[in-house]
Design a protein around this ligand. Structure first.
Ligand SMILES: *Cc1c(COP(=O)(O)O)cnc(C)c1O
Length: 342
């Protein structure tokens, strides 16, 4: 693949795609420990055809962003939470865990080394950072790998779904993750299984699927790559409590922001049949930020919580506060933001 050239980037129309930037970070686990890692230039990995991840899927990943602020400085948002979650995902997949401090340091190194690719302030873009880990040991018997590669690459992205445009969603008859399965781990297999329902929904004109709980298909779980929230008619922020969803950093942050905004937030089981209690609803995650649900189609019923074209006032407030903190434009009273030394 040809290397990206900063001077050629169309910052206002980045979309969400991969660019081969100059540097990525790599560390290798072997002989029972992590070897000293560092920046590398080659975006390709050479692996055995029998590498564990190709066959039995030992893979975990993360997604976070670096934000360019008005004064030119660069922010990360709660990167330790991504590091900790990657450890939790790795434990579930029987993989080695990568130390939290080393994860954050690797992310900062990658951001610094590729800083000319951080989209300028005001374009709505950011540098999306993708840490991941794979099992690399050659094997044919099913067992955990004894060797791993940890890598962090980055790519400049625009707003995943152009900021705050309501989208049509579809309640899937498929499951994203099994009951007592791997829904809490950020692992490739959950996504592989979601491609079919997601492509089907997209083919029918929807932005993506909303999944119900895999045991009873009665409660709202989450979207394919983002958690769900609703705002009740009296302004309460509600988000699902479920063991089969991914614990989202954005969700955890919005729960605290919603409390500040007097929205009396709660995490609880939400019956699909109670969806009409919501006056606003949305998807939340690092990539999507906040994406309002314009409509939600369940079986033959179409629900419009707020409007198919306009964003509701609570959603707007939550979005402004979250993105304001991320860009150092609103007070960061909880110390969520870290500057990257450039
Ligand atoms: C990554 C992810 C999210 C969002 O998590 P954030 O930490 O907010 O980015 C939500 N659901 C799934 C399935 C995910 O993989």
């Amino acid at each position: 693949m040809t290397k990206a050239v900063a001077a050629d980037m169309d910052w206002n129309n980045l979309g969400f795609k991969y660019w081969d930037l100059p540097y990525r970070y790599q560390a290798v686990y072997k002989d029972g420990k992590w070897q000293k890692g560092g920046l590398v230039e080659d975006s390709n990995l050479t692996l055995s055809e029998a590498a564990e991840d190709f066959h039995y899927g030992q893979e975990v990943f993360e997604g976070l962003k670096a934000y360019r602020c008005k004064d030119g400085s660069v922010n990360l948002f709660r990167p330790e939470m991504n590091a900790k979650r990657m450890q939790d995902s790795a434990k579930r997949m029987c993989m080695a865990t990568y130390p939290i401090e080393d994860f954050v340091a690797a992310v900062k190194e990658v951001v610094k080394a590729n800083q000319e690719f951080i989209p300028p302030y005001g374009t709505g873009g950011s540098l999306y950072i993708r840490p991941f880990m794979i099992g690399t040991e050659p094997m044919v018997g099913v067992k955990p790998s004894k060797t791993y590669v940890f890598r962090v690459f980055a790519t400049p992205v625009g707003a995943y779904i152009k900021g705050l445009t309501p989208m049509p969603y579809f309640v899937s008859e498929f499951d994203r993750a099994a009951y007592a399965g791997t829904g809490q781990a950020k692992t490739a297999g959950n996504y592989a299984g979601s491609l079919y329902p997601s492509m089907k929904a997209k083919g029918e004109g929807y932005a993506d699927c909303l999944y119900l709980d895999p045991r009873e298909h009665k409660y709202i779980d989450e979207f394919g790559g983002a958690n769900f929230y609703g705002v009740t008619k009296d302004g309460q922020f509600v988000t699902p409590k479920s063991d089969s969803i991914l614990p989202s950093v954005t969700k955890k942050s919005l729960l605290e922001i919603a409390a500040d905004l007097g929205m009396n937030p709660t995490e609880k089981q939400i019956k699909m049949s109670d969806f009409d209690q919501f006056n606003e609803a949305g998807a939340m995650g690092t990539a999507a930020v906040i994406s309002p649900v314009g409509s939600l189609t369940y079986k033959d019923q179409k629900f419009v919580p707020f409007s198919e074209t306009e964003t509701g006032p609570y959603t707007k407030k939550l979005y402004d506060e979250l993105t304001g903190i991320q860009m150092s434009e609103r007070p960061d009273k909880r110390g969520w933001v870290q500057k990257v030394e450039l």
